[in-house]
Design a protein around this ligand. Structure first.
Ligand code: AMP
Length: 300
């Protein structure tokens, strides 16, 4: 079993779905990903939070066994995001985004994080992702995530990060935006050539596609009937996937395919509640059950 460093936003979110809303709940790419990954491997989280960050939220991370020694504290407020989902739950508007503590932040990784073998650079500015990756001494497998906001506002820095990723994860509309292709297959193939080798394109409630030099693979999504809040689905998918790879200490095509099944299972639990509340309650048994079900429904 190898260890995993998860870096990205650690946020307070205010979220409105067509049926419900919650204010100032723990979110951010690193928080979702670290909690998801913690079911598979020893996880260290890095990022910065503000003076308003609640001790109870720090405790939620620690209760999952996550090493928080790479978290830094700023006098500014915690990263803030406000989002509203449209009626179909599939698309959403960002109503407010405040980098707050992340503004001007230069990550300073402690030794415990700099020695990690597996690295997940969760969604945050590519400049921050670069600083963190430069600080990791000998990374064995690097996974990179991003979102439309950074494609639109930090394209050059993102382009410079792509070849450094062993696996690049993004969603279908982002893949089309970044590649300039209208066809998702062509987009995946093009991005796989530009990135360090492999690309996963997430297709929301339909699943995810892997473009790898050894082949192509598709995992369906677990059929969710109690959708409460899609926020963090992608981050938990990425966290569970790289957590699985670190746990097995394997990075070949077949390990990534198995990891995608666990990733889809884990993400399906995340969307059944706000924040990570349900994922924190459910545990590995529920992930295993859903992973088995996904295997069963995708086999002839
Ligand atoms: P996802 O639903 O997977 O796109 O992730 C949503 C999470 O990403 C929320 O908890 C937000 O706090 C966080 N987030 C939103 N916008 C950004 C951004 N531009 N950079 C980093 N994290 C973000």
């Amino acid at each position: 079993m190898a260890d995993l460093l998860v870096f990205g936003s650690i946020a307070y979110d205010c979220i409105e779905t067509p049926t419900d809303s919650e204010d100032y709940i723990l979110g951010g790419s690193a928080a979702y990903a670290a909690i998801a990954a913690s079911y598979f491997a020893p996880v260290k989280i890095a990022g910065i939070v503000g003076a308003d960050f609640k001790p109870s939220d720090l405790e939620r991370l620690r209760a999952r066994g996550i090493d928080t020694s790479g978290m830094e504290f700023s006098p500014k407020p915690t990263f803030f995001w406000r989002g509203r989902y449209h009626d179909n739950f599939n698309s959403r508007d960002t109503l407010d985004l405040q980098l707050n503590a992340f503004e001007g932040y230069v990550p300073n990784l402690p030794q415990s994080c700099a020695s990690a073998e597996y690295v997940l650079l969760g969604n945050i500015s590519p400049e921050h992702q670069k600083t963190v990756l430069d600080s990791v001494k000998n990374p064995k497998f690097v996974v990179l995530d991003t979102m439309n906001f950074w494609i639109e506002t930090a394209r050059a820095a993102l382009d410079a990060m792509l070849p450094r990723a062993d696996l690049f994860i993004l969603n279908d509309s982002e893949a089309k935006m970044l590649s300039g292709e209208r066809n998702i297959i062509l987009a995946g193939e093009k991005l796989a050539k530009i990135s360090g080798g492999a690309v996963i394109i997430k297709t929301g409630e339909y699943g995810a596609m892997l473009f790898h030099k050894e082949g192509f693979f598709v995992v369906p999504a677990y059929p969710v009937r109690e959708l409460h809040d899609p926020t963090g689905a992608g981050d938990s998918f990425a966290g569970a996937l790289v957590g699985y790879l670190a746990g097995e200490d394997k990075t070949d095509f077949s390990a990534i395919k198995r990891g995608m099944v666990y990733a889809a299972a884990t993400a399906s639990i995340t969307v059944e509640s706000f924040s990570c509340y349900k994922l924190e309650r459910s545990g590995r048994d529920e992930i295993e059950r859903r992973a088995e079900y996904i295997k069963q429904i995708s086999r002839l």
